[in-house]
Design a protein around this ligand. Structure first.
Ligand code: OOG
Ligand code: NI
Length: 452
């Protein structure tokens, strides 16, 4: 009887290996991790209540290993094989993001664990975008890009064999898991050798920089890896001293007493040397950058609708660049309409909470707010584990240089995306709702038990 390694453990090993590889490739990522560790240490020291809350929610352990990455692929075969590769590590596709409205010809999902216990073990996520060649106007460019993509294989033979074996056997042994991590990592490595000549690169680059990034290389190099900070404003302010050229605006909601959703900022993409085959031609390519994020409570559909409308007051998807001078002030005044206490957000049904029994006796039939007021139950904010399309567009844009933006018609195509993926994507809000419901159910059952 072989013992399989738990998918959570495979994911932890992979996430660590990915982080080590990226630190070697992009030394500034190492500086960013050091900065974030320093800021997080300070925050926990000066805010003991936050430290206690994170400890109670079993969230402290994951903080040091928590990160997300992003990749972009070119074909449905690549996307569906990635789905199988991530499944080996217990990661499933959650959410659908249409970025075409922001001038980026891709649509995306995030591969991540979905169970609370797995998230607390290691919440590693990979934001994964599929190029939409159908949005490119020039038919010749479209065909050439498709032909180049059809010739490449982004997975090693051994990685494919281990994925198939894991599917057939139901898991991987310890040695196989290590081998899988090594082989899978190859797909995400940076290659400075382009697979096309300089003229082809230039042509695709002119059609859209993102097309060149996706099409002209051996594989979908990881383009950033993002640690989670407990205070993004302090971390952002510390970036220049650590040699990083930070983007000027933090994406997402403004600073608040009770953080919601996700705030993100990045440093600009590096200019990297590219070699073209069969010639001495050299070029440069900018794709890889650094990012930090601060996560807050997940919002209900009602909370999300309020968030979207307050953000839309300040800026529209069409100019996701958000470069205007008084942006932070306008953001803050717009969000004054979003309650900033956990009691208010919970009572108004704006955010999701995990209900935890504080003491074993209480009235099983009392409503939840009474139980909380009586100290029988405590409500812990459920962390937002996903992404935000407007923010993602801002991150993409800040790394596409100051060029004129292309505009595409709003063009949601979730069904086509799911057909290419070979699976439905989870509705992220339904996942948070299920977590909240399950915790409420457990509280009621425990109280009913104590009653008899
Ligand atoms: C992905 C950008 C989106 C985020 O954190 O919102 C993203 C990309 O540039 O490929 O990573
Ligand atoms: Ni990111």
């Amino acid at each position: 009887m072989t013992h399989f390694v738990h998918p959570d453990e495979v994911r932890s090993r992979f996430s660590r290996a990915m982080s080590d590889m990226y630190r070697d490739e992009v030394p500034q990522y190492g500086s960013l991790m050091a900065l974030v560790a320093q800021v997080n240490g300070e925050v926990l020291k000066t805010q003991p209540a936050l430290e206690r809350a994170m400890e109670q929610a079993d969230e402290l352990e994951r903080l040091d290993v928590e990160r997300h990455g992003a990749i972009r692929v070119g074909t449905k075969e690549e996307l569906s094989t990635l789905r199988r590769l991530f499944a080996v590590m217990g990661m499933e596709a959650v959410g659908y993001y249409d970025l075409s409205v922001a001038g980026v010809p891709v649509h995306s999902t995030a591969f991540r664990p979905v169970l609370g216990s797995s998230l607390n073990r290691n919440p590693f996520r990979v934001f994964t975008s599929l190029l939409r060649l159908e949005l490119i106007a020039d038919a010749a460019v479209r065909e050439e890009a498709a032909a180049i993509l059809a010739r490449r294989q982004i997975f090693t033979e051994r990685a494919l064999a281990l994925i198939a074996q894991c599917e057939a056997a139901g898991g991987l042994s310890d040695a196989e898991a290590d081998e899988f991590v090594r082989e899978a990592l190859e797909t995400f490595r940076w290659h400075s050798d382009a697979t096309v000549d300089a003229a082809t690169y230039d042509k695709l680059h002119k059609a859209h920089r993102l097309i060149a990034d996706v099409v002209c290389f051996k594989g979908p190099h990881i383009n950033h890896l993002t640690p989670r900070t407990l205070d993004i404003d302090v971390a952002q302010a510390g970036m220049p001293a650590h040699g990083m050229d930070a983007k000027d605006v933090v994406e997402g909601p403004p600073r608040r007493a009770c953080p919601i959703l996700l705030r993100q900022t990045s440093f600009k993409a590096l200019q990297e040397r590219v070699l073209f085959p069969g010639s001495d031609d050299q070029g440069t390519h900018t794709a890889r950058f650094g990012e930090i994020e601060q996560r807050g409570v997940a919002l209900t559909r009602k909370g999300r609708a309020l968030y979207d409308s307050l953000l839309a007051n300040v800026r529209s998807m069409g100019n996701a660049g958000s470069a205007s001078a008084n942006y932070q002030d306008r953001l803050e005044s717009s969000f004054a309409a979003f309650p900033d206490s956990h009691d208010a957000m919970r009572q108004q049904g704006l955010a999701f909470y995990r209900y935890v029994l504080q003491q074993p006796v209480g009235d099983a039939s009392a409503d939840i707010e009474t139980l909380i007021a009586d100290g029988v139950v405590r409500a812990e904010p459920i962390v937002y584990e996903d992404f935000l399309p407007v923010s993602a567009a801002g991150i993409f844009q800040s790394n596409l240089g100051g060029e004129v933006q292309k505009h595409y018609e709003a063009n949601q195509a979730q069904q086509a995306f799911e057909a290419d993926l070979g699976a439905r994507v989870h509705d992220e809000i339904a996942l948070y709702q299920a977590m909240q419901d399950a915790s409420l159910q457990a509280v009621r059952e425990a109280l009913a038990q104590a009653d008899v």
